[in-house]
Design a protein around this ligand. Structure first.
Ligand SMILES: [Zn+2]
Length: 465
C-alpha cells in the first residue's frame, strides 16, 4: 500500500478563481480570530468582541453590502442577499460566531496568542481557526466572490451566524424563529460538521479516503438516576446500600440497551463503498446491504469508530453521594448518564425505557435534552452538488453520507429547511484537528482556507445562480 505524502495530494483545481483575493481573505480571517468571542452566559459575556466582529463583517464585504443586508437578532447575525427569483427557496449558510475559551493551564503551550490573529507564510493562528470562524468568514468570502463574478444570484442566499453554539444555541433558535416568522424557506443548509478526510478502514476499505456529509445528528440527553438511602452503620446493609442499588440500576440499563440498527444514511455509505471493501465481515455483507442490514449493524457496533453511528450510546459520567467513610452507608446516591440518541429516539422513549429497566426504588429524571436531528435523504438537490464539488476539488476522496455524533446548530433549522448538510469544506489534516479543536495551537493553513472558499463558491455557482 502506498502512503500519501500529504493530505494536499487530495487537493485539485487550486488555480480556479484567480480573482479570489487570498491575501485579503487571510487578513480578514486573522482580524476575526483576534476577537475574543467567547460566550459564557447572557450576564457575564463580554459582547464587545461580538460587536466588533459584526462591524468587521459589515465593513469587509462591499458586494454583499451593496446587494444585501446585515442584521442582528440579539447578538446573532443574519445576512440576506435577495435573489432575482423570490419564489425559489433560499440557500442557507450557517456558522457560529462564538469560540471556546483557552483551556486553563494550557496558555503557555500556545506558540502564538490565541487571540492575536498571528499570520505567517503558511498558517493563520488562533482560537476559532478550525471551529468555526474559518467557515463563517469563508462563507462571506465565497458569497462576495460570487457576487463579484456574477452579480445578483437567482436564488436568495441567507447566512445565519449564532452567538452561542458552544453553550446553549439560543442564538440559532432565535435566528430560525425569525426566518420562520418571515416565511423564509431553504432548499438546503450547509453547516459545520465533519471536517477532515479519513481512511475507510473501519468500513473494511483500508486505503480508501472518505469525506463525510452529516445528514443527521445524534440527540443529547442527560438522565439522572437517584436511589434514596438512610445512611447508618454498615454492619447491617440489609437489601444493599443506596450506592449498590444505584450500580445495579446502571448495569440493568446497560443490559437493556437498544439493539444496533442501520439507518438509511449509514446503509448508503456501505453501498457507496461496497466495491472498495476488501476486508470481512463487511466485504461479504456489503455485497447486499439491504439483505444484510441487521448483520452489518451488529458488526459495526463492534467497531470503535462505527459503534456510535449504529446505536444510542450511554456514558456513565458522574456519580454522587458516596459515603465519607468505609464503615458508614451512603445516604442518597445518584448518577448522571449521558445518552447520545439515534435519530427517532426521543427523551420520552428513553424515560419510559429506563423506568422499565430499573427497579421501582430508583428515581429517573431527564436533566437536559436536545432532540436528534431528522434523517435527510442522501440524494437530491444540494447534496448531489456538494458531492460533485467536493469530488472535483478533492479527487481521490469518496464523499459518503454520515451522522454527526456531536451537536450543531443545524437541528434548529429543520422546520424551514428541506435538507440539512453538515460538512465543513475547510479540510485540515486530521492531526491538526485533533490538536487544535478546543485544544491548543488551533490554526488553519492558507491552502486549506483558500480551497474551502473555492469549494463554497463552486457550490453556490451550481445552486444559487
Ligand atoms: Zn463549532
Amino acid at each position: 500500500m502506498t502512503r500519501r505524502s500529504s493530505h494536499y495530494d487530495l487537493f485539485a483545481r487550486e488555480g480556479d478563481y484567480p480573482e479570489l483575493d487570498i491575501e485579503g481573505a487571510v487578513a480578514r480571517l486573522s482580524s476575526a480570530l483576534s476577537l475574543r468571542t467567547v460566550y459564557e452566559t447572557p450576564e457575564t459575556t463580554d459582547f464587545g468582541p461580538f460587536d466588533e466582529l459584526y462591524e468587521l463583517m459589515r465593513g469587509s464585504y462591499p458586494k454583499i453590502a451593496e446587494h444585501g443586508s446585515f442584521e442582528r437578532i440579539g447578538h446573532s447575525v443574519l445576512v440576506t442577499i435577495p435573489g432575482t427569483d423570490s419564489e425559489l427557496p433560499c440557500v442557507l449558510l450557517l456558522a457560529h460566531q462564538d469560540v471556546v475559551g483557552v483551556v486553563p493551564g494550557t496558555e503557555d503551550s500556545w506558540v502564538h496568542d490565541p487571540f492575536g490573529g498571528h499570520v505567517d507564510d503558511e498558517w493563520i493562528w488562533g482560537r476559532g481557526a478550525l471551529d468555526i470562524k474559518e467557515m463563517l468568514m469563508g462563507e462571506l468570502e465565497a458569497v462576495e466572490l460570487l457576487l463579484a463574478l456574477h452579480g445578483r444570484p437567482r436564488r436568495t442566499i441567507v447566512l445565519a451566524f449564532g452567538e452561542d453554539e458552544e453553550v446553549q444555541s439560543h442564538g440559532a433558535k432565535a435566528l430560525a424563529a425569525e426566518l420562520e416568522r418571515r416565511g423564509v424557506r431553504a432548499t438546503f443548509s450547509l453547516d459545520e460538521g465533519v471536517s477532515t478526510f479519513s481512511d475507510a478502514a473501519a468500513y473494511g476499505a483500508p486505503g480508501t479516503t472518505i469525506s463525510d456529509v452529516g445528514l443527521s445528528q445524534k440527540g443529547y440527553l442527560n438522565l439522572r438516576l437517584t436511589v434514596r438511602g438512610a445512611g447508618g452503620h454498615s454492619s447491617n446493609p440489609f437489601g444493599g446500600t443506596s450506592l449498590e442499588r444505584l450500580c445495579t440500576a446502571v448495569v440493568s440499563l446497560r443490559g437493556a440497551l437498544w439493539k444496533p440498527s442501520l439507518t438509511p444514511v449509514v446503509a448508503r455509505t456501505f453501498e457507496l463503498l461496497s466495491s472498495r471493501i476488501t476486508l470481512d465481515p463487511f466485504a461479504s455483507l456489503a455485497r447486499d446491504v439491504t439483505v444484510n442490514t441487521d448483520a452489518i449493524a451488529e458488526a459495526a457496533s463492534r467497531s470503535r469508530e462505527l459503534f456510535p453511528l449504529v446505536t444510542t450510546t450511554m456514558a456513565v459520567d458522574q456519580v454522587f453521594g458516596s459515603s465519607p467513610a468505609p464503615n458508614v452507608m451512603p445516604a442518597d446516591a445518584s448518577a448522571i448518564i449521558n445518552f447520545r440518541l439515534m435519530p427517532g429516539v426521543t427523551d420520552a422513549h428513553v424515560l419510559e425505557w429506563a423506568r422499565g429497566a430499573v427497579g421501582d426504588d430508583v428515581e429517573v429524571e431527564v436533566l437536559h435534552y436536545t432532540p436528534a436531528g431528522r434523517l435527510d435523504d442522501p440524494r437530491g438537490f444540494g447534496y448531489d452538488e456538494l458531492v460533485e464539488v467536493m469530488e472535483a476539488y478533492h479527487p481521490g476522496a469518496v464523499v459518503v453520507p454520515s451522522i454527526v455524533c456531536g451537536g450543531t446548530d443545524s437541528v434548529h433549522y429543520e422546520a424551514m429547511c428541506e435538507k440539512l448538510l453538515r460538512m465543513t469544506p475547510f479540510r485540515p489534516e486530521a492531526d491538526e484537528l485533533a490538536r487544535g479543536l478546543h485544544g491548543v495551537n488551533e490554526r488553519i493553513s492558507r491552502r486549506v482556507y483558500a480551497q474551502g472558499i473555492r469549494v463554497m463558491t463552486a457550490l453556490l455557482e451550481r445552486c444559487a445562480l
